[in-house]
Design a protein around this ligand. Sequence first.
Ligand code: NOJ
Length: 581
Amino acid sequence: MNFKAILLAICLLLTRAYAQAPATDETWWKHAVLYEIYPRSYQDSNGDGIGDLNGITARLDYLKSLGVDAIWISPMYPSPQVDFGYDISNYEAVDPQYGSLKDFDRLVAEGKKRNVRVVLDMVLNHTSDKHQWFIDAASSSTNPHHDWYVWSDGKPGSGPEAHEGRVPPNNWVSLFGGSAWEWVPAVHQFYYHKFYKQQPDLNWRNPAVEEAMFNTMRFWLDRDVAGFRLDAIPTLFEDKQLRDERSLGGTNAQGDPNLDDSLTSNLPEVHDVIRRMRAMVSSYPGDRVLIGETYLPNTAELDKWYGGAKKDELNLPMDMLLGFSNKLDAGAFRKLIDEADTQLHGSQPLFVFDNHDNIRSIDRYGDGVHNQQILKQLAVILLTTRSTALMYQGEELGMVTATPTRVEDVKDPIGITGWPKEKGRDGERTPMQWDASNLQAGFSTNPHTWLPVPANYTTINVMAEAKDPGSQLNWYKQLIRMRRELPALRNGGLAMLDTANPSVLSYVRTPSDGSPAVVVSLNMSGTPQTLSFDLRSTGIKDKTAKTLLTDAPELSNVHSLHSITLPPFASWVGSVQYAAP
Ligand code: NOJ
């Protein structure tokens, strides 16, 4: 073998070893703080009133200073923007309103300099109806792309839904309102859409669809993205026989019957696709991550998305059970945190409290009086349990939901069709509040931002909060720093404390290297609570305690775990020096 061949063989071996190395405890995403960016609303760099990629690049130093390890950017691909980017018409480009591929490459490169990775949103369930694949598919039933979507001839019938004497094949409804079936005269068939009618569902039973979508993922993996957040991933498959879904009684905000969605969501077939996807993504070096948008009914279902004991599916399916339980309840939180810790075959949990689809957590969990303290408690849970943490822009500031008050101001189509019961998602998508330098909170120079900037930007903004030691921003920053620096929070085990207490959630993180343990205690009630912890049951003989972080001034000098009184809704995080018993 000549020298060149030996070198090549060594390189190949190294690449293989790197590519196939199993995720270890040091795998970056296990300790990461992930941060969702809704690009329309983060930073406008060209004065058109809409955020863009160069705007995000300009804010990388902020993200770095906050302690973010990776940003997930909601879709920035070319799109008619019916669903603000979740209707993609070209998977391998950037929408001109957000910039160009060159801007994207610069964002990735600048992120790399600061150790901020870029994760992309991948929408696999559906495309835009303006995607060339669908245009082809809807033009003729003999077009090779026709079978890339889900079609039905319907069944004989009459009435307002009838076309050429045929009605939709079943009772399925779109999650965004109305029948899930849309008639196309050119092919004399209905197509299926789980979301808007402009978002036709792809037919994942056709292997050509998988191949095409995996290729688009490769396109971005080759451009060095750190992984993907998989949109609506449980909805890839539908019942092959197109049977009616069971009615649950009553109607939803869009006026449609409530249906049990078990024939259009979370079908077992999806797991084969995910296993193949994981194998494909793992063949790239650098621990690329697969995150799932997985709204599921319980922890056992969530475990399946990791691949159960085999752990060969998603790295981080989102645990939506805790962050969207929508009730501040110490007992319920304890149970869900404990389940994620003990019932996922040791896989890494991913907690999330906020995203661009839901009323902000400060409003869902807040009682209207103690909202600031309550948000601080949620941040403590997100950042001091064993979970990877996923945040949403503005959460770190305590930005609130600014729901439109008039239907004529609504931009999100579900808010228009569902008004006034369903006011849409504009409220959680308002522009990021950077400073009080102009009426657009530093988001844009254009007075006509795509959504209005809430009036509270004068006090709730990055610049003002950076100067206030008691602000939400500084609370998040301190927690993220502690999570990074303290071995107990980085790698320690977790044990619940005081488990019968209905009002206070307490737990301890125990490192194995002899460094201090960390105790967390959150009073989720409106009355003071006195606690006394004995850590012996967790194998720890505590000696002295020290406050690391609290929002109750009277707890700033705690020295012992015996008899701590937490004021209403207070948080206390302390370190405990200990000796093994
Ligand atoms: C979930 C996304 O988060 C949401 O914004 C979108 O409307 C639907 N999936 C459809 O893609």
